[in-house]
Design a protein around this ligand. Structure first.
Ligand SMILES: Nc1nc2c(ncn2[C@@H]2O[C@H](COP(=O)(O)OP(=O)(O)OP(=O)(O)O)[C@@H](O)[C@H]2O)c(=O)[nH]1
Ligand SMILES: [Mg+2]
Length: 698
């Protein structure tokens, strides 16, 4: 493959709700541009992008994957992501490497929960985007309704650049408002024909084009002036203004298509090449310089300059048949194969072998890659996801999106005793490839705990383990309870005093404690006057409190949403030290916490269950039993969707329970909503069980 310069590259990430058709679109793009000779499809396991066995089993994307096509001399790198709640951490990280987004919406469903969520991810990275309303060939496709949902829930800067011709089975193409032509497809979607707009649609096309011209003009002062003078824009002004409006995010074009029929690919690719930014136009990559002595270095950026020292960010790791593959985005300079770079996070040298361009799991060798390009290298020794490789003389650490703590944790156990070592190794591989999986060990039961974003996430990890040759049992999950307080306590003493021969230990503190609103975390106020707690020991008091909060007070769960005010204390010139004040802080906190009406918090999940009408009654009844709070019901096609808020503790076996209630015809999705207080009688039980576990540990 030739080397593409940064201005010839477009990095595009495909996002949207699960099942909207992102992967279908990515496969259709490969087919339409002749990168593949057969159209890959998720449904029959032939997709280039959904190639993992677990993706075949679930018929959906679990982990982002990349492909590329050449279009009008540009190299378009495509990043296909998952649209499922359980895999959105992976999606969020993948979004980081896109300079623009294609948001896929199903014409039959309009905007859905994770359309909105992933739109938010694109906002976080701050990139331009377009929306493709796909599945126009479907029965209940409704372009106008989809456009309404996009404009009301995503952004009113979104405007159609297409008017579909026909709908459902009759969908044949669209009016393109940029060229003011009617487009239709032939040669299995690989060729587009352009004709005059049919007379019956001319008025609608003209009106829609005027709206678009107005939006384009409004995005640029000079254009606006011309527009106001003459009431229209010249075609040249319009085309240039359009691209500028897209790049400045003043306009989010909405396109129509049916990726399943390979219908509508070329206008999208034209838009990507003409109106989406190249890596050069992206703001310089943010990060830091390495610090010294374990400290963070100052903030720094890397511009996509070919002549600058090389740096590359590892945004993903996958297991492949040639070993671990690291997926990189070149940030600056020229990345060459068979070279040595500094693995900056580990301060170690790393040898890079052959560079590859990926097409799903297929690899094509490359000799060199320029800023913005997405490439892969095999078998890096120390470098992991989130790390940066760079020229030894100009080290740089790219920012990496924060990975949220796991929402749910299951204990797992190898089915056969001899597999325990192997389990550890395979788990390490899984963690390597999935930033959202956390492995830990329960100190009391000595079990291996697998933490993740939800039940399906953990189940998929267990499927992967089985494929890797380690069968495990999934034990009931642990609910991540938290401790907090409902009241306040004032003037509580914490005292640490020890006299053992020579130098003693002495520290006394007085604190007030009070609740913070949900999500408030922890606030520490230093209100000491007159040096009753010497300056240098105040951080130790805070440290003691934080440590105690981690370990919990009433049941061993982390404490949250409290504020502490340290206002007084006593010290001894000789005997006082940091350690003494740390212990005094911890003791004061424990005592104050117990006085301030402590309680437990539990995670509450937003559950939505889709089922046939006849199963509705049983499902609602069952959800009520689970302390569920109904949020609403709606009809989606032939099915009903029930939405409810249900405490996580009551949802632990929901997949199998739902299967038996509906005879396998129901499906559900679940995501974290908020933390709420555990009712007192249940809290007692949880605390008692936690105590038993705690005592066993002592
Ligand atoms: N009729 C029709 N079906 C489509 C079209 N595009 C996709 N589909 C079907 O919709 C289903 C979901 O498509 P995918 O491409 O897997 O959806 P996705 O957005 O990648 O979903 P996740 O990876 O699960 O987030 C598959 O059965 C596709 O065949 C289309 O244009 N028309
Ligand atoms: Mg997909």
């Amino acid at each position: 493959m030739r080397t593409y310069t940064p201005t010839e590259i477009r990095d595009v990430v495909l996002v949207g709700h699960g099942g909207a058709g992102k992967t279908m679109l990515a496969d259709a793009i490969l087919f339409a541009t002749r990168a593949t000779q057969r159209l890959g499809r998720v449904d029959d396991d032939t997709s280039t992008f959904d190639y993992e066995p677990e993706e075949h089993k679930h018929k959906s994307t679990i982990s982002a994957s990349v492909g590329h096509v050449e279009w009008k001399k540009a190299k378009i790198n495509l990043v296909d992501t998952s649209g499922h709640g359980n895999f959105l951490v992976d999606t969020r990280i993948a979004v980081e490497v896109g300079d623009a987004g294609v948001v896929v919406v199903s014409a039959a469903d309009g905007v859905q929960v994770y359309t909105e969520r992933t739109w938010g991810y694109l906002d976080e990275v701050g990139v331009p985007r377009c929306v493709l309303v796909g599945k126009m060939d479907r029965d209940r496709a409704d372009f106008d309704a989809a456009v309404d949902s996009i404009r009301t829930t995503l952004s009113d800067k979104a405007l159609p650049i297409h008017i579909p011709i026909g709908v459902g089975e009759g969908f044949t193409g669209m009016i393109d408002l940029l060229s003011m032509k009617a487009l239709s497809w032939k040669d299995e979607g690989r060729a587009v024909e352009s004709a005059d707009i049919p007379a019956a649609m001319q008025a609608a096309a003209k009106a829609a084009r005027e709206k678009l011209e107005e939006a384009v003009a409004t995005a640029d002062d000079a254009l606006l002036e011309k527009y106001l003078e003459s009431g229209a824009l010249s075609d040249e002004d319009f085309q240039r203004g359009f691209a500028k409006a897209v790049r400045s995010r003043a306009l989010y074009p909405i396109l129509a298509g049916a990726p399943g029929l390979v219908l509508g690919v070329q206008p999208l690719l034209d838009l990507i090449v003409n109106a989406f930014p190249s890596p050069v136009e992206r703001a310089p990559w943010r990060g830091r310089l390495p610090g010294s002595g374990g400290h963070e270095g100052p903030e720094a950026t890397r511009a996509p300059d070919v002549e600058a020292p090389v740096s590359a960010y590892v945004w993903k790791t996958v297991n492949s048949e040639i070993g671990r593959l690291s997926l990189l985005r070149v940030l600056s300079g020229k990345l060459t194969g068979d070279s040595n770079l500094l693995s900056v996070n580990h301060d170690k040298r790393e040898h890079l072998g052959q560079l590859y361009a990926l097409q799903g799991k297929a690899r094509e060798g490359m000799t060199e890659a320029y800023p913005g390009d997405l490439v892969a290298v095999a078998k890096l020794k120390t470098t992991r996801t989130g790390d940066t490789l760079s020229d030894e003389k100009a080290p740089f650490l790219a920012n990496h999106p924060a990975v949220p703590a796991p929402m749910i944790s299951y204990a797992i156990r190898a089915k056969s005793k001899g597999d325990e070592d192997k389990l550890g190794l395979r788990l390490a591989e899984i963690v390597d490839a999935d930033a959202a999986i956390k492995v830990s060990h329960d100190p009391t039961s000595k079990e291996v705990l697998l933490g993740g974003t939800g039940q399906i996430h953990i189940e998929v990890a267990v499927e992967k383990l089985a494929r890797m040759g380690v069968a495990v049992d999934l034990l009931p999950p642990r609910v991540p309870y938290l401790e907090t307080i409902k009241g306040a306590a004032k003037n509580v003493e914490g005292k640490h005093k020890k006299q053992t021969g020579g130098k003693g230990q002495f520290g006394v503190v007085y604190i007030d404690i009070g609740p913070l609103p949900r999500g408030g975390g922890f606030q520490f106020e230093d209100a000491v006057v007159g040096g009753t707690v010497p300056r240098q020991f105040i951080p130790a008091v805070e440290k003691g409190i934080r440590n105690r909060m981690q370990r919990g007070v009433i049941a061993g769960f982390p404490v949250t949403d409290v504020k502490v005010r340290l206002f007084d204390g006593k010290y001894h010139d000789v005997d006082s030290d940091s350690r003494s004040f740390e212990i005094a802080g911890s003791k004061a906190f424990q005592e104050a916490f117990k006085q301030a009406r402590p309680c437990l918090l539990e995670p509450v999940m937003r559950v939505s269950v889709e089922c046939p009408e006849e199963a509705m009654g049983a499902i609602v009844g069952d959800l009520n039993h689970r302390r569920g709070q109904m949020e609403g019901m709606e009809v989606v096609g032939r099915n009903q969707v029930v939405k409810a808020l249900v405490p996580m503790a009551e949802t632990l076996k929901y997949s199998s329970d739902l299967r038996s209630i509906t005879g396998g015809r129901g499906s559900f999705s679940m995501e974290f909503s908020h933390y709420a207080e555990v009712p007192a009688h249940l809290a007692e039980k949880v605390i008692a069980e936690a105590k038993v576990a705690h005592e066993e540990e002592e």
